[in-house]
Design a protein around this ligand. Sequence first.
Ligand SMILES: [Zn+2]
Length: 292
Amino acid sequence: MRVRQLSRALAATLIGSVLLSACVKVPVTGRRQFNIIPDGLMRQLGASTYTSMLSSETISKGNDNAKSINTVGNAIAKAANQKKYDWEFKLIQDNDTLNAWCLPGGKIAVYTGLLPVVENEAGLAFVMGHEVGHATAHHGAERMSQQLAALGGMAGLYLYLDQKSELNEKQKALIVAAMGLGVEVGVLLPFSRAHEKEADIIGMMYMAKSGYPPAESKKVWDRMEAATGGGIPAFISTHPSNEKRKENLEEWMPQAKKRYERNKLSRNTQQTLWTNADFSGGGGGGGGGKKK
Ligand SMILES: [Zn+2]
């Protein structure tokens, strides 16, 4: 059973590293976070969840859209500079879903429904940067750590790892519950507002470092609002309001612009590549759809 395997992996990996520093620095923002979950475990969790999540989807490949996901994904991966990540970029054929995500370890998926909202390469770079930001800032691991601490998980783990100790049933149940949090809490739940804000900043910095104009980030949220009629798409369900988001991005814009000026790409990255018209009518099967 998957949960049990994960529990064992969690326990085994924790033996070596639970006593190491629990306070970790987030990239870009430099915020200090409480994190007791080893990144190796998160990457493992990310890889297995990726396989199971993609198994029920149709992957769009071998077309211009899929190529764009790869081009932009590789650029963001380079900016994120995570040597232990095994990056994968997949375009999911689903025109009705405005979503994208990145699991720990660099496992990325973008739904075709999101393409008209990102509209161009720069917009795509921001969204992919944002999703990668959640992973490199260990937001899932931070949430798992908080949950473990809240459940008395730390004390429980020491007992659990000490084979000589005797646990009562209640303690065992507590630990199992904490372990079982893995995929749900670490990967699948929507992120908090604070995490969303931080992912926006990291995403904008990654896009700028990759040579994409950071001002496009704010336009993406405008188009998102227009596309959803002010409603809330699944992947931003706990996100701050559009206005708050733009204020937050504006604060970091001068720094992002400096980075962009140093790395600017020579091609036009704001040219419209995707519009809703390309995706209405259900035709195309994921091929083409690109404006020349
Ligand atoms: Zn997010």
